[in-house]
Ligand binder design. Structure first.
Ligand code: ARG
Length: 327
């Protein structure tokens, strides 16, 4: 079998958040252990490698200014982007609830229509748990997102609800054990699902299974840019499988983010049909600012004024160069 890809003219577009304040400050999934902190510099390198690879593959990347929230780097969890609608997440754990207002503000500024669950409507953890497949909203439930929330969101987006029950705590978000590759093909780790849910997934899409040892290296956590797929390193069997299906695969080292229970796909939220708004800076402006190391000096010197005092020598993590003079 070989993949059929649409000849879409528009390239994918992603929203990311630099890992300026990324660390393990609490434990809300089995991967997180405060004794096992990420190496800060290495995490930056891995994030920048991913950021640059996404751009090299022709996609656009827009950045959210970092906030103090250590998990804000996992932009996939911000919400669900569907056409010009942003359906905001309602996080289960208090530890992540402060992130919401920053994402919401960004999407409002960009001109999206924003929606969220009604009060006491349960929990919904955005694209960490939800995938739009044709006219359905597949939503992982059991650990983070709740059944009622999955129904409410599907109804608001006029999609068919397809709640899927997760059963293994290590795969607490749907995107840790499932990836939509095209509207017909998916990758998954079957043992992470309750059997009936597993069968329903297989009825919706042609699903290919990854081996357990690679599922545990986040093999299913894939950034999809048409035929190009970015997956965490250390998943050779999954790469072979995908290459045989006609995809081109690329790998990035994600060790420092796996310590928090996330990887490549969790670090990038796919945007569709990015709308333009009068008040928002143009995309060209964003693109220029991100295209060279000035962006990184902007990040540490302007966006985060304290940063230069905490770290006397401020260097660009992308190039290793000293930043341009402060304005
Ligand atoms: N530490 C974060 C949490 O537990 C990791 C989120 C990873 N995101 C994802 N889409 N799987 O919420």
């Amino acid at each position: 079998m070989f993949i059929q890809l649409s000849h879409a003219k528009t390239k994918a577009s992603f929203l990311m958040c630099p890992p300026l304040h990324y660390k393990i400050s609490y434990s809300i999934n089995p991967w997180m252990n405060r004794e096992n902190q990420p190496n800060y510099k290495l995490a930056w390198k891995q994030w920048v490698d991913l950021y640059q690879l996404i751009k090299t593959l022709g996609a656009q990347v827009t950045l959210l200014k970092p906030t103090l929230n250590p998990d804000q780097v996992f932009s996939s969890d911000a919400g669900i982007v569907f056409n010009n609608i942003f359906f905001s997440s309602t996080f289960r754990f208090a530890e992540r609830q402060n992130e919401t207002s920053y994402w919401m503000q960004w999407f409002l500024e960009q001109g999206y229509q924003t929606l969220s669950l009604r009060k006491n409507g349960g929990y919904l953890e955005g694209s960490g748990d939800a995938f739009v497949v044709r006219d359905s909203l597949i939503c992982g439930t059991g650990f983070r997102s709740t059944l009622t929330a999955a129904y409410e969101c599907a109804e608001a987006l006029a999609l068919r609800p397809e709640p899927i029950k997760l059963s293994d705590r290590r795969f607490y978000h749907l995107d840790t054990c499932f990836s939509k590759l095209t509207d017909d093909l998916a990758l998954f780790f079957p043992k992470a699902f309750q059997p009936e849910s597993c069968r329903r997934l297989e009825n919706l899409l042609e699903c290919f299974a990854v081996p357990e040892e690679e599922a545990l290296r986040f093999a299913c956590n894939i950034v999809v840019i048409d035929r190009d797929l970015i997956l965490p390193s250390g998943c050779p069997k999954t790469r072979d499988l995908l290459e045989n299906l006609g995809f081109r695969t690329h790998e990035v080292e994600m060790s420092e983010f796996i310590k928090a229970g996330g990887a490549s796909k969790c670090l990038s939220l796919k945007l569709s049909n990015l709308p333009q708004s009068k008040s928002a800076p143009s995309q060209e402006h964003h693109a220029n600012r991100q295209s060279d190391c000035r962006f990184f000096s902007w990040l540490c010197c302007k966006c985060e004024p304290d940063y230069r005092y905490r770290r006397t020598k401020c260097i660009c993590f992308a190039t290793g160069l000293a930043p341009h003079p402060y304005p």
